[in-house]
Design a binder for this molecule. Sequence first.
Ligand code: SAH
Length: 274
Amino acid sequence: MSDTDGEAVPKVPAVPAHPYPFTVLTLFPEMVRQAVAHSIVGRGIAAGRLDVRAVDIRDFTKDRHRTADDVPYGGGPGMVMKPEPLAGAIRSAREAQPAALVVLMSASGRPLDQATARRWAGHTGGLVLVCGHYEGVDERIAEHYADEEVSIGDYVLSGGELAALVVLDAVARLVPGVVGNEASIADESHEAGLVEYPQYTRPPVFEGHAVPDVLMSGNHAAVARFRRESALAKTRRVRPDLAARVVEVVVDRRRPSTPARPARLGRPRPGDPE
Ligand code: SAH
């Protein structure tokens, strides 16, 4: 964009007064340190907008063998993470980061979604992310030490590290100044309860497949309509659960007194309610 084309100069995003703090409690701190050194999170750390610490839970064991797990009461396969080292690690993290929310990674937690990531990004006290391993962690940690329990999806990982990195990434990119272009966030999948519209870049024809003409038409209104309609169509195709919710919200907003009902998505037709 040139200085003379009359468009508004992009606003410099507000810089947070302090870096947004994350502490990850894990048996594999190197896994976390290596992952956060790259890409947007890595740049956010370098720019002083994020602060990420990985703390070894084994540092809070008391025995010579640094034992972090034990056999489950009641029997059954595998090992369970002992409560004492976890409790020690969480207490120490809370001392260092007193206003933090402590979030336990757990296959039986509440599913992570964009609204949760936004809520956490707005929590300036930051996050302490607790990674389980083996068969999981002693339930008393979930009950008495964690503020929340989160799952990144309906599948089982072998450890909480990848889940914590997913949470960290999703939250970090919502911290002001971490993603260069704030507008790119507003348009993304799940921000409006839909998946994102399809994106294309050059070349105009790739292996015989052309970019939709409308995107090259220069007609901004037509481009906006195409994007909205294709986002709705794709949401309906791949995420009928989300599409149903969007319709409920729309119907609710239109007529606050009418109970939500499923309705058709897509191009408006004559007779549709406004
Ligand atoms: N036995 C447990 C799974 C333990 S997996 C169960 O059936 O629920 C070991 C650790 O990996 C968990 O303690 C948790 O920290 C992490 N984990 C596994 N799946 C996860 C998921 N879907 N979301 C978040 N964390 C997960």
